[in-house]
Design a protein around this ligand. Structure first.
Ligand SMILES: NC(=O)c1ccc[n+]([C@@H]2O[C@H](COP(=O)([O-])OP(=O)(O)OC[C@H]3O[C@@H](n4cnc5c(N)ncnc54)[C@H](OP(=O)(O)O)[C@@H]3O)[C@@H](O)[C@H]2O)c1
Length: 406
């Protein structure tokens, strides 16, 4: 496979593409080519190499390391259990910000196409795949590679999409909701009447966790987020939004609930883990699932990493025993039990169909526009900080571009 950089609007302004103009790639004849890959098709199609666009991480560092490339490859031969999917939308997760900085150990070394989740339409299936067929709309999970127009994946990593689910919703569901569901229900055993502290409450996992808390009676949710997002998260189910930028969230929680909370979901690390542990009621559960405090800008910040490491929670088992609290760690990327993942996904799809959960899509960008955003704002995180609960990187121009303050 070879990668060639695709023209982006900022590189060739004279060829600037309007948001709802069709993308230039090989999309129109690609389905025919890929059908050939799956088995029967015309010899003419077989001769042509398959080309598709992908967002490739070309090295660790800032946003300029993510490039739109056109990949040319020979027709993919499906192995047993595999399917070919035309990607319609894919999700951007915090792990990709970490991956770009070289801080996500599960992402293969660059050059690599990023993207852990997406949705699309099946264009071919291997002979032994019986429970998926051409034309099915599916959610796809993968370690990487989803920021690409066409992907070959294991059928086991796909889930049929409910009819009413949009491709963007399908792309935004798996990572956020699996993470939130497993933490709340498998680890913390959330029950009626409990209280939960959700940090980054306006983020993808935060919104998923809030919606899932609403499926249980009388759960009180404390949610930290920038003030501008409070109205949104309150509507979504956060009982007490707290602006952690201007207030001490520990004090704010103690004012409302002097004994603290039953469950803390901690994606921050460092001193916030210590604060979370201190806020737990007896029998409470702290779940550590991220280290966002290490991320302060575009590039790796060694000082922030050292500070986070230095202030991390340190406990002896004796102290833990005497505290009557539980400390857990969660990392979706290290869950290899496919049965557990499938069971949880099916449960989530059921909740979606019942209208109890719904991914919140803040912004959508076409592949070409990812470069444009970098160019225009210099800081993609700024764009995310406007309230990106999830960014769906669309591969087809179905929705007009919506840039904050554009
Ligand atoms: N262990 C796992 O399996 C797993 C899976 C998924 C995610 N995670 C972790 O969960 C956390 C949330 O991920 P997400 O995808 O939900 O995030 P996201 O959607 O990108 O949310 C980002 C929001 O979080 C807030 N924030 C707080 N501190 C931040 C920081 N240092 N850098 C950037 N944003 C910060 C910002 O909102 P405000 O303006 O309101 O502060 C920002 O808009 C991350 O730590 C991620 O690594 C872990």
């Amino acid at each position: 496979m070879s990668g060639e950089e695709a023209p982006t609007p900022q590189q060739q302004p004279e060829q600037e593409k309007k948001p709802d103009e069709p993308p230039p790639a090989a999309a129109s004849d690609a389905p025919q080519q890929e059908a050939a890959a799956a088995g029967g098709s015309s010899p003419a199609a077989e001769e042509k190499p398959l080309s598709c666009r992908a967002l490739v991480l070309t090295g660790y560092g800032g946003y300029d390391k993510v490039k739109l490339q056109v990949k040319a490859q020979s027709q993919p031969q499906l192995q047993a259990g595999e399917i070919l999917v035309r990607v319609k939308a894919c999700g951007l997760n915090f792990a990709e910000l970490l991956g770009r900085q070289g801080l996500y150990e599960l992402l293969p070394a660059p050059p690599v196409t990023m993207g852990m989740e997406g949705s699309g339409v099946i264009e071919a299936v291997a002979e032994d795949v019986k429970d998926r067929k051409v034309g099915d709309r599916v959610i796809v999970m993968n370690r990487s590679g989803m920021w690409q127009e066409v992907v070959v994946v294991s059928a086991n990593h796909t889930f049929p999409m409910p009819e009413q689910m949009s491709f963007e919703e399908g792309a935004a569901l798996s990572i956020n909701y699996l993470t939130a569901y497993m933490m709340l229900f498998e680890m913390a055993n959330l029950r009626p009447g409990k209280s939960v502290l959700i940090h980054m409450a306006a983020g993808g996992v935060g919104i998923a966790a809030t919606q899932l808390c609403r499926t249980v009676q009388d759960v009180t949710v404390f949610g930290t987020a920038s003030a501008s997002k409070h109205e949104t998260i309150a509507q979504g189910g956060v009982t007490h939004p707290i602006d952690y930028r201007t207030k001490d969230y520990v004090e704010e929680i103690r004012k409302i609930s002097p004994k603290g909370v039953d469950i803390v979901l901690d994606p921050l690390g460092g001193s916030d883990t210590q604060k979370g542990f201190s806020l737990l009621k007896p029998m409470g559960t702290l779940i550590v699932f991220g280290a966002a405090n290490c991320v302060t800008g575009q590039k790796k910040n060694l000082l922030a990493m050292a500070k986070t490491w230095y202030h991390q929670l340190s406990l002896t088992t004796l102290k833990l025993m005497q505290s009557n609290k539980a400390v857990c760690g969660f990392h979706l990327g290290y869950i290899t039990e496919e049965e557990l993942l499938s069971r949880t996904m099916l449960k989530l799809l059921e909740l979606y169909e019942q209208g109890k959960i719904k991914p919140c899509i803040d912004s959508r960008y076409h592949f070409e526009e990812v470069g444009l955003i970098v160019f225009k704002y210099k800081n993609v995180k700024e764009v995310l900080l406007f309230g990106a609960y999830m960014v769906a990187l669309k591969t087809e121009p179905q929705t007009p571009l919506k840039l904050p303050n554009a």
